[in-house]
Design a protein around this ligand. Structure first.
Ligand SMILES: *[C@@H]1O[C@H](CO)[C@@H](O)[C@H](O)[C@H]1NC(C)=O
Ligand SMILES: *[C@@H]1O[C@H](CO)[C@@H](O)[C@H](O)[C@H]1NC(C)=O
Ligand SMILES: *[C@@H]1O[C@H](CO)[C@@H](O)[C@H](O)[C@H]1NC(C)=O
Ligand SMILES: *[C@@H]1O[C@H](CO)[C@@H](O)[C@H](O)[C@H]1NC(C)=O
Ligand SMILES: *[C@@H]1O[C@H](CO)[C@@H](O)[C@H](O)[C@H]1NC(C)=O
Ligand SMILES: *[C@@H]1O[C@H](CO)[C@@H](O)[C@H](O)[C@H]1NC(C)=O
Ligand SMILES: *[C@@H]1O[C@H](CO)[C@@H](O)[C@H](O)[C@H]1NC(C)=O
Ligand SMILES: *[C@@H]1O[C@H](CO)[C@@H](O)[C@H](O)[C@H]1NC(C)=O
Length: 591
């Protein structure tokens, strides 16, 4: 590079120092002349693009020759006193020619001061590569760097192309953000106006106090991250100038939180189980707190060797990173081994992590998967069987509860008829109509008396002369343990007598509670509203429905329900064919 640039340099040198023109022309002719070749030799450091300087169009700017900063042992004063001179050249954008920087522009727009070149102000056309060269007759050194003059973006206080200076502030701390790079632009006795912006928004900053060039953060919080811009305005020779500076504030973990990494996986508590032939996946998850200028390494070791170096296509490692608050980071590395063998299960799998404060290691406990499927199947079978049994029991209970109640009553029930002072088990109230009469006198009576052994009290049609036997009816009802009401349309229509019986039964039930009512629906009634007593009874009692031929069978649901509703009574052969009150009544009638 140095050789390639020599021509350029020579040209520039030629155009700047016209005084030495004749001497140089002589040199060209006598190339072997030793003094001449010595002055032509210049240590060229090339274009240092890392030293890119960005400034805004219309704002004052300065560039400093980098030779004195890190390339040479000299500083400007020692170089100057050693008789070395500093010269500036530049190559404008889109130009090939290096030319001297014109420091004789009107208003002294560009001036040279020691190792600094000042632009008051810089304009777009100033963009280009700038070269500073330090030389005497025997020594020469030069370096170039780019200057970029930018225009601010529309409706913005900055340009997106400008790379802001990055500053790191520790969480919860008190810090001062100083508007950078403003000294020496204006005299020390001048106090410039400074306005502060966060992400180009002006105004109040909560917990951040602007005071001149300082923006004081009373407490650094994660959401104070952002681009802070200060615009410094000062007057010089009657002209106002702006300096725009931006700092990108990053919030980092405080120094007191700096620690070695912590490993959350593999865990000591977890045993990683795999069967041969399966794919093995071992996680390694490490949290790195923010540690300034620290490395963050995570790696797996399989029997001491890094699997990432392995050529075996069976083995792979996947990496993912999650940035956390304040510059902390979580790194995950999954070790994946396809189709593992029994040998693979016996290896030592260790994950290690390290930052500048120390390493952490943990071994993943790997075992052969054993018995798990059988255990799960057994558990599932057991649960299934229990569930099945419970369902069966529920079904059995619903289908056979009547039988169960009857069975219980037959074997363990206490006979409630003993000593209650009642004469009859049941008083049957029904519409005195041919059809119902046959149902009551033949069907009901047949089963209740003959099969169940109950004592019935039935007033038939003939034994009721005109419904005037009120007192007698009541007497018989109170002497009975149950009032059986046979509901049918006729019951409501015709039954003054029947309704009287029902009313008496209800009153008795309500007042003394020693009679219970059984509702047997022989035939459905369309509107029960007409009879308020029946409606009331139906709403509080369950109705046993007669379903015609289906109910005729002695083991039908109808009879079982009816039997359950009847009093508990131990049937003895002696009571089996007891009389009903019909005969009783008949005898009374014969008085
Ligand atoms: C330059 O260097 C000399 C000695 O190396 C030192 O005494 C002097 O203070 C320096 N000047 C500046 C401006 O840094
Ligand atoms: C400055 O130098 C760099 C590196 O040699 C080059 O890429 C760039 O185009 C130059 N810029 C100008 C404006 O000449
Ligand atoms: C910038 O350069 C262009 C072309 O080189 C020229 O036309 C223009 O006048 C220049 N502008 C200024 C402000 O010097
Ligand atoms: C030129 O500068 C170099 C480096 O400082 C020095 O060693 C040399 O003596 C100087 N040459 C002359 C002629 O002054
Ligand atoms: C700005 O902060 C610096 C210290 O960071 C301090 O020395 C200086 O006095 C402050 N300036 C103002 C105007 O507060
Ligand atoms: C700060 O500015 C840089 C460069 O313009 C940009 O990449 C970054 O996204 C900005 N940050 C915020 C928080 O706006
Ligand atoms: C300085 O900046 C302010 C606000 O950003 C702007 O209004 C003003 O025109 C600028 N002045 C100059 C001379 O660029
Ligand atoms: C597993 O390997 C690590 C390092 O790779 C070692 O520190 C550890 O002692 C080994 N464990 C066993 C049980 O061999």
């Amino acid at each position: 590079m140095i050789v390639g640039l020599k021509g350029k340099y020579f040209h520039a040198y030629f155009s700047e120092t016209k005084m030495k023109l004749g001497f140089l022309l002589g040199c060209l002719g006598l190339f072997t002349f030793s003094r001449c070749s010595a002055s032509e030799r210049c240590d060229d450091w090339g274009v240092d693009t890392m030293k890119l300087i960005q400034v805004y169009d219309g704002e004052p700017a300065r560039i400093k020759c980098p030779l004195f900063q890190d390339l040479l042992k000299h500083n400007y004063s020692t170089a100057h006193s050693a008789g070395l001179t500093l010269m500036w050249y530049w190559t404008g954008q889109g130009k090939d020619l290096e030319e001297p920087v014109n420091i004789r522009l009107p208003n002294n727009r560009i001036t040279k001061d020691k190792e600094t070149l000042w632009f008051r102000p810089a304009v777009l056309n100033d963009s280009g590569n700038y070269t500073c060269m330090l030389r005497n007759t025997t020594f020469c050194s030069r370096v170039a760097f780019p200057l970029e003059v930018l225009q601010k973006d529309a409706n913005s206080c900055v340009s997106q192309a400008m790379k802001p200076e990055v500053v790191e502030f520790p969480l919860e701390h008190v810090v001062v953000l100083k508007c950078p790079d403003t000294d020496d632009f204006y005299p020390v006795n001048v106090t410039p106006a400074v306005s502060w912006y966060m992400n180009c928004n002006p105004g109040e900053f909560y917990e951040r106090i602007p005071k001149g060039l300082n923006l004081t953060f009373i407490k650094v919080r994660p959401f104070y991250e952002g681009n802070y811009t200060c615009i410094v305005t000062y007057e010089d020779n009657g002209k106002l100038y702006n300096l725009t500076r931006t700092s990108e504030v990053k919030v980092i973990g405080p120094p007191e939180d700096e620690k070695p990494p912590s490993m959350t996986a593999p865990s000591d508590q977890v045993i990683y189980e795999f069967a041969a032939g399966e794919e093995m996946q071992l996680p390694c998850e490490v949290f790195f707190p923010f540690v300034k200028n620290s490395r963050m390494d995570v790696s797996w070791a399989v029997d001491g060797r890094n699997p990432e170096d392995s050529v075996d296509s069976k083995v792979s490692v996947t990496t993912s990173e999650v940035l956390q608050l304040g510059g902390a980071k979580t790194i995950k590395k999954n070790l994946i081994i396809k189709q593992i063998t029994m040998e693979d299960l016996k290896r030592n799998y260790t994950c290690s992590a390290r930052n500048s404060l120390g390493p952490v290691y943990r071994q993943a406990v790997v075992k052969e998967k054993a018995g798990t499927p059988r255990y799960i199947t057994e558990l599932a079978c057991g649960l299934g069987a229990t569930l099945f049994l419970v369902v069966c029991l529920i079904i059995v209970y619903h289908v056979y509860w009547l039988e169960m109640v009857l069975f219980y009553r037959a074997h363990f029930g206490t006979d409630e008829t003993i000593g209650d002072g009642k004469e009859y088990d049941v008083y049957v109230s029904y519409a005195r109509n041919a059809e119902e009469e046959e149902f009551v006198l033949v069907t009901l009576r047949g089963v209740l008396e003959n099969d169940f052994g109950y004592k019935l009290c039935i007033f038939d049609r003939d034994s009721l002369p005109g419904g005037i036997i009120t007192d007698e009816t009541l007497r018989f009802i109170t002497k009975s343990r149950r009032l059986l009401v046979v509901i049918s349309p006729n019951y409501v229509l015709k039954g003054t007598q029947a309704l009287l019986e029902l009313k008496a039964g209800l009153e008795n039930m309500a007042s003394q509670g020693n009679i219970r009512i059984i509702l047997v629906q022989y035939k459905a009634i369309k509107n029960t509203e007409r009879v308020k007593e029946l409606k009331l009874a139906q709403s509080v009692l369950s109705v046993i429905k007669w379903k015609g031929d289906k109910s005729k069978k002695p083991n039908s649901r109808f009879w079982k329900e009816l039997h359950v509703a009847m009093p508990v009574k131990k049937i003895s052969p002696a009571t089996k064919y007891s009389n009903t009150c019909i005969e009783l009544n008949t005898t009374q009638m014969s008085f």
